[in-house]
Ligand binder design. Structure first.
Ligand code: PMV
Length: 315
């Protein structure tokens, strides 16, 4: 018997980086998935086969000695084997449609799908329990992770996230999102560390930006409620300016955002920045024009994933 779980990618609509310092973020799960299949095997190892490579480690391998690419999944596997007193090993296969390292939550979705799949071999976890396990796994690699990405990949839909918890916003938006990939791979932990330096060296400026971002997000929640795409887009452009000020945008991202300024409702980088993707907010009236403006870049129009993590047992 195999336990199969999948989880969606995500984009951060508003609030990246500021969320690390106690703000609110608004995220949207999107229709690209990572799928993890796991099965119990008669061995004392954990084997992972994935698009990023393969690894076999002993069940008792210290997790900090494991290649960072596989560490969170190995942690989740070891924790479950121990918790359910299993004498067996595990074979895990990971397949992803989510581009890695470009701010679409591939590592969070991997942690969520792995937690759902591996836990599903032993028990039936709620989404909240899957999230708790996934986040513990994610923090073995990225200690300061706010948990926003993991929550979005777990619950799906559009969520409002604070470190206190996740609120599913029950919305049927009129807008659509275009994602354009700069193809510049970033390291979230490096960018987060740089923002920490900014906060420490320019604490007053950072505090004002945090306040401005919080006020902006309250206005966005209102605009989302009213389904006002034009206003939501304009606020994305304001959010981009906050991200530029803390130094996480770059020339490529600025130019990409600039190129859709007059045609979309608004645009911003999404995720850690320093590369990765931008999102542009559109509807049917300006979708084609925005895609044309971004034609030099790999882009796609997303649908919202309303399901989040899914788990099933198969023979
Ligand atoms: O890893 P990314 O690119 O999806 O960005 C994570 C979002 C941050 O706010 C920068 C970090 C966090 O832990 O929330």
């Amino acid at each position: 018997m195999k336990s199969v779980a999948s989880a969606p990618a995500k984009v951060i609509l508003f609030g990246e980086h500021f969320i690390v310092y106690g703000g609110k973020a608004i995220l949207c799960a999107i229709d690209k998935r990572i799928t993890v299949e796991s099965e119990i095997v008669n061995s004392d190892t954990i084997q992972i086969d994935s698009d990023l490579g393969s690894i076999t480690v002993s069940k008792s391998e210290p997790v900090d000695k494991v290649d960072a690419k596989f560490r969170s999944v190995i942690f989740i596997a070891q924790k479950m084997l121990k918790q359910f007193n299993s004498k067996s090993g595990l074979k895990i296969s990971i397949r992803s449609e989510i581009p890695a390292g470009v701010g679409l939550g591939s590592s969070s979705a991997c942690c969520v799908a792995s937690a759902g799949s591996i836990a599903g071999l032993f028990t039936r976890y709620s989404k909240q329990e899957i999230l708790n396990l996934a986040l513990e796994g994610e923090r073995t690699v990225f200690e300061r992770a706010s948990g926003a990405d993991t929550a979005s990949c777990t619950f799906g839909g559009i969520v409002e996230y604070t470190k206190q918890g996740t609120k599913n916003l029950d919305l049927s938006p009129k807008f659509q999102l275009i994602i354009a990939n700069s193809k510049i791979v970033h390291s979230t932990s490096d960018v987060v560390a740089r923002v920490k330096q900014f906060k420490e060296s320019k604490s007053d400026e950072f505090a004002i930006l945090c306040d401005n971002e919080s006020a902006l997000i309250e206005e966005v929640l209102d605009a989302l409620e009213k389904n006002n795409s034009k206003e939501i887009g304009e606020k994305m452009t304001v959010n981009q300016a906050h991200l530029q000020k803390i130094g996480v945008s770059n020339k490529t991202l600025d130019l990409m955002v600039q190129s859709v300024k007059d045609v979309s409702y608004g645009a911003k980088l999404t995720g850690a920045g320093d590369g990765g993707c931008i999102i542009a907010l559109v509807d049917e009236s300006n979708l084609k024009g925005t895609l044309n403006a971004l034609s030099e870049h790999e882009c796609f129009v997303t649908k919202i994933d309303t399901v989040g993590v899914e788990q099933k047992l198969v023979n």
